[in-house]
Design a protein around this ligand. Structure first.
Ligand code: ZN
Length: 198
């Protein structure tokens, strides 16, 4: 019983180590247009490479050995054919991303605030059918949010400093990775909110 438990634990540890190693050598997959699509495992990257669908843009020093050859692990690969992506590059609708889109600036008074002093404001109030969407939610300071209350901006005598829209990219530093630190070679390509898929 005890032996089985510790064997299980050892397996867990091996799986964890393997996962860490995979994460260390994850591959950034770019579209033919050089836009990042997603982060994939190096194994998946090699499969794509052998299928002739991608080219290697950059590689790690680390290599894997097969029976007849050794190959360096690709850090960035690019699809040779452009794929049209519908939702892949969509920026996640989240508090953090709304603040990032609005540059931590209250969209009514135009002042910058730390995120803890900001809140969401429905431009068209919920009671008037306003929805939780990119084009109806803005970052606002508590004072402006309170002042506006359940009114339309014009009724409250307030003006948006700009019309909210769905962002198609976020500045690189807002990209959220589950990886601790993305490889240096990825830096030039990280303009998108991409998801880790390993
Ligand atoms: Zn304000």
């Amino acid at each position: 019983m005890t032996a089985r438990v510790s064997a299980g634990k050892a397996l867990d540890k091996t799986a964890r180590n393997l996962k860490n190693q995979l994460a260390m050598h994850a591959t950034l997959l770019l579209n033919a247009s050089y836009e990042p699509l997603r982060i994939i495992s190096w194994k998946k990257a090699l499969t794509l490479l052998f299928s002739g669908k991608v080219e290697v843009i950059d590689e790690y020093d680390h290599q894997v050995h097969a029976i007849t050859f050794a190959i360096k692990l690709p850090s960035i690969i690019r699809l040779l054919k452009y794929v049209r992506v519908k939702n892949l590059n969509r920026v996640k609708f989240s508090r953090a991303n709304i603040y990032a889109r609005d540059d931590y600036t209250c969209q009514y008074c135009g002042k910058k605030f730390p995120s803890e002093d900001l809140t969401f404001d429905h431009v068209v109030p919920v009671a008037r059918g306003g929805q939780k969407r990119w084009d109806n939610i803005v970052a606002a300071c508590f004072r402006c949010n309170h002042r506006k209350g359940g009114l339309m901006p014009e009724e409250a005598g307030m003006h948006l400093i700009r019309q909210p829209t769905e962002p198609h990219w976020l500045p690189a530093f807002h990209v959220t990775f589950r990886l601790k630190s993305p490889p240096d070679s990825w830096r030039d390509y990280l303009y998108w909110n991409i998801e880790l898929d390993i």
